[in-house]
Design a protein around this ligand. Structure first.
Ligand SMILES: [Zn+2]
Length: 427
């Protein structure tokens, strides 16, 4: 696969040039959670310095290198990025060195400008349908389900279940259909309801592939022998939380990044946090979207996170994610008639997130928001345990073979589609 091309001639590029000021603004708007990273980056009039854990400058990015290095971090592996930091350090590249490092993007990395017959022709869009549990055993393990006892409407003890993974998956399929009709090429890392991104259920993975996976991670030194042995002894529930959850999310991100999407939609439904343990319905509802950012000092202790952080400071992916997310949350609010969430009303928005300049859009260092290498929206359209929504969602899933186009899930899918089309129109 063509990754680098060391060019002798300068190829003129159409760039909306990033300045040091742009990066500084991005760092403060999206990334520097409670000023915890102020000692890891220094912005001067002619350079951006990234500092290691000991406070020593280890990478300088000068004004005219920003675009090149941003692109480098969007197109290379962690090992290549570490090597780059080690070699470049604080040196200032000559024009020749800079030009020699330009990465020739795959021709189709940017959507082709040929006259489009359809609004999304030429776009590759990934859709991640959150979670995977579609039965009560796996949902208990993943802790993403509602079991509501509806004593007023039905006989006491009659419990209705909603599995978030199922809502996400049906919604993703509806979005996929609409985006494909609009000309996009769509990729979904999960092939069927109830399957993880590894192509099997968690129960099957645990039974058939657990040992093999842990052994191979041990062989390539991603796990120590001791850790791999410990993990092998864990119960399905404990192994899910100690290992599988993050392992599967990283696999989703890897599959998505391989497709080099122009955009990624991450589809979830929320609950009212004040309504835990979610055995009855709530009157509250709110809509919100997340993008990456909001790194804490601890987050940067892992090399891989530090490299993602550098990419996010230098490239304009976060700004693009905010635009896409602002369009999405506005579509949710208008079409679904739900108010946008505010920091004061919800603890995790206050405790873990940075609010952006777009109402209802928050930076949050969720794993997929960090690992996925494209502009993205992580949508949380509504509260499933809201008294009105719960019934609408139950209705939508009870006719799973053919989700009515008037269902609540279809309306949510319409919001994502509208936001994508508007976003691409403005590009
Ligand atoms: Zn979720």
């Amino acid at each position: 696969m063509l990754r680098f091309l060391f060019l002798i001639l300068v190829i003129p590029r159409l760039y909306s040039g990033q300045t040091i000021q742009d990066c500084k603004k991005r760092f403060h708007t999206y990334l520097n959670f409670r000023e915890q990273l102020s000692n890891r980056v220094e912005f001067t009039s002619d350079a951006i310095f990234f500092l290691n854990r000991k406070g020593q400058k280890e990478l300088a990015v000068y004004q005219h290198e920003i675009n090149m290095i941003a692109e480098f971090f969007e197109n290379t592996t962690p090992a290549e990025q570490m090597e780059f930091i080690r070699k470049k350090g604080l040196t200032k590249y000559s024009k020749r060195q800079r030009d020699s490092l330009w990465i020739l993007m795959d021709d189709d990395k940017k959507p082709s400008k040929r006259k489009r017959q359809k609004p999304l022709q030429g776009y590759r869009i990934a859709i991640d349908a959150g979670h995977f549990a579609a039965n009560i055993q796996e949902a208990r393990l993943e802790q993403k389900f509602l079991a509501i006892v509806k004593d007023s409407l039905r006989s006491p003890g009659d419990t209705s279940f909603l599995f978030e993974a199922e809502l996400n998956f049906i919604t993703a399929q509806l979005i996929q259909k609409k985006l494909e009709e609009a000309g996009a090429t769509v990729f979904n890392p999960r092939k069927s309801k109830g399957l993880t991104a590894l192509g099997c259920s968690y129960a099957d993975w645990f039974r058939l592939y657990r040992e093999r996976t842990l052994d191979s991670l041990q062989r390539c030194k991603e796990l120590s022998e001791e850790r791999a042995q410990q993990l092998k002894l864990l119960s399905p529930y404990k192994l899910f939380w100690a290992f599988f959850r993050d392992f599967e999310l990283a696999h989703r991100a890897r599959l998505i990044n391989q497709q080099k999407p122009h955009l990624t939609l991450i589809v979830h439904y929320n609950v009212d946090e004040q309504n835990a343990p979610w055995i009855r319905l709530s009157s509250r509802n709110a809509t919100m979207c997340f993008i990456g950012g909001a790194f804490t000092a601890d987050n940067l202790s892992k090399t891989e996170s530090y490299l993602h952080f550098i990419r996010m400071v230098l490239s304009n992916q976060l700004n693009e994610s905010e635009k896409l997310s602002a369009l999405t949350v506005t579509a949710f609010s208008n079409r679904l008639q739900i108010n946008k969430a505010h920091t004061e009303d919800i603890d995790y928005l206050n405790d873990n997130c940075l609010k952006t300049n777009s109402e209802g859009v928050f930076s949050r260092n969720l794993m997929l928001c960090r690992l996925i290498n494209s502009p993205l929206v992580y949508g949380e359209a509504l509260f499933q345990d809201n008294v009105m929504e719960f019934d609408r969602l139950l209705q939508a899933v009870s006719s799973t073979d053919k989700t009515p186009l008037t269902s609540r899930l279809a309306s949510v899918a319409e919001c994502y589609t509208e936001a994508v089309i508007n976003y691409c129109k403005n590009k």
